[in-house]
Write a protein that binds this ligand. Structure first.
Ligand SMILES: CC(C)(COP(=O)(O)OP(=O)(O)OC[C@H]1O[C@@H](n2cnc3c(N)ncnc32)[C@H](O)[C@@H]1OP(=O)(O)O)[C@@H](O)C(=O)NCCC(=O)NCCS
Length: 169
């Protein structure tokens, strides 16, 4: 799929418990070290620092399908991107970009002034997307990932620029 793909209409809303089967399936399709169901339950029901969002397709003729999710931790004045994924069949349609912009705008209005994340060194699609937001590499955690010993790149976006985020939505 190329970047000239037309923009698919989506609706972004808070994740709820009924979303968990679809969220867990999406997570398993997207990561070599998926989160267990208990982690999503914790984020939804216990962790007060957590903001969990999903994106659904929004076309009048078809039932809504959950195509993406993001979890953000609001730690003091920082929005930490804990996880983000788009279903493989729906990638390169600016869904992650719109979802991340939405989540960061919400974080900004809740008091966040910067953002932070970790990403695998070899995860080119994600790193390219984060760079589009203005995230910069600020450090490395050597051999951070248990499955293949890959390094984690630490990236930050400082400060959060509301105008730029609104343009990426
Ligand atoms: C990373 C991921 C979330 C991107 O989702 P997506 O909806 O396909 O991304 P978008 O369409 O919003 O892309 C926005 C921009 O990011 C960059 N980008 C995204 N995918 C890319 C790819 N495969 N190659 C190069 N650049 C890419 C491009 O700049 C793109 O803009 P463009 O299409 O105009 O060139 C998706 O590939 C995914 O779910 N991967 C598996 C999970 C994962 O790695 N999550 C990140 C954990 S840190």
């Amino acid at each position: 799929m190329t970047s000239t793909q037309p923009t698919l209409p989506i609706q972004i809303r808070s994740m709820c418990r009924e979303d968990l089967p679809a969220v867990i399936a999406l997570d398993q399709h997207s990561f070599s070290l998926p989160w267990p169901e208990s982690s999503y339950k914790y984020e939804l029901e216990v962790n007060e620092l957590s903001r969990c969002w999903v994106a659904e397709t929004s076309t009048p003729d078809r039932p809504a399908t959950l195509v993406a999710m993001i979890v953000i931790w609001l730690i003091v004045d920082e929005a930490h991107v804990a996880t983000i994924a788009v279903h493989p069949e729906y990638r390169r349609q600016k869904i992650a970009q719109r979802l991340l912009a939405h989540a960061l705008i919400d974080a900004y209005h809740t008091g966040a002034v910067r953002s932070f994340l970790e990403v695998r060194r070899g995860n080119e699609p994600a790193i390219r997307m984060y760079e589009r937001f203005g995230y910069r590499e600020v450090g490395v955690r050597k051999k951070y990932y248990q499955d293949n010993g890959e390094d984690a790149v630490l990236m930050d976006l400082d400060p959060l620029d509301l105008k730029r985020l609104l343009n990426l939505q």
